[in-house]
Design a protein around this ligand. Structure first.
Ligand SMILES: [Zn+2]
Ligand SMILES: [Zn+2]
Length: 177
């Protein structure tokens, strides 16, 4: 979805949209949009050719658990506030004054704001680096691949904490010497 900034009515416009998940089809395979995306934002002229865009975007996103690889859904409700300036073709950017506020800067092109891109970026920011279906997720058995959240496997229970492995080898070396 593109927003034509030349067609703003007055100095501020409220934009309210519900967009189908398909509008955000994965260029990014890390996640899948699993529910309609609700966007509500105010676009305001901010002097010169700058605009301040403030609002929130909400949906449900499906991720894969980094431990057990099962898909799970997380609600996303992200607030944002961005300053949009035109993307300059000839980089006279060095002369641009630093804005007084410390809003993140985004760029629009040909008088249009790419709303899809804006929303995608908010998703990226909102998603966890290491997604977990639950803090208590038991993951996958490293030997047989069984999902330990669903069933036990016949492998010997592994009490070895991988974080302790370096310590263990240290102790072994110490004993040997
Ligand atoms: Zn999991
Ligand atoms: Zn196993």
């Amino acid at each position: 979805m593109l927003l034509d900034l030349n067609k703003l009515h007055g100095s501020r416009e409220h934009v309210e949209r519900t967009m189908p998940p398909a509008a955000f089809d994965p260029r990014d395979p890390d996640y899948r949009v699993a529910a309609p995306v609700r966007l509500s934002m105010d676009v305001e002229k901010a002097g010169g050719d700058a605009f301040v865009v403030k609002g929130r975007v909400a949906t449900t996103i499906e991720l894969s658990c980094s431990r057990c690889l099962d898909p799970f859904e997380v609600p996303v409700d992200a607030a944002f506030e961005l300053r949009y300036v035109p993307q300059s073709v000839n980089t006279g950017d060095g002369e641009r004054e630093i804005a007084e506020d410390d809003l993140a800067t985004a760029y629009y092109r040909d008088g249009t704001l790419d709303v899809t891109e804006l929303v995608r970026e908010q998703f990226q920011l909102a998603l966890p680096m290491k997604p977990l279906c639950s803090e208590a997720c038991r993951g996958i058995c490293p030997r047989c691949g069984t999902n330990l959240n669903r069933t036990e496997c016949a492998c010997r229970p592994q009490w070895d904490d991988p974080r302790l492995a370096p310590l263990k080898s240290l102790l072994t070396n110490w004993k040997e010497n």
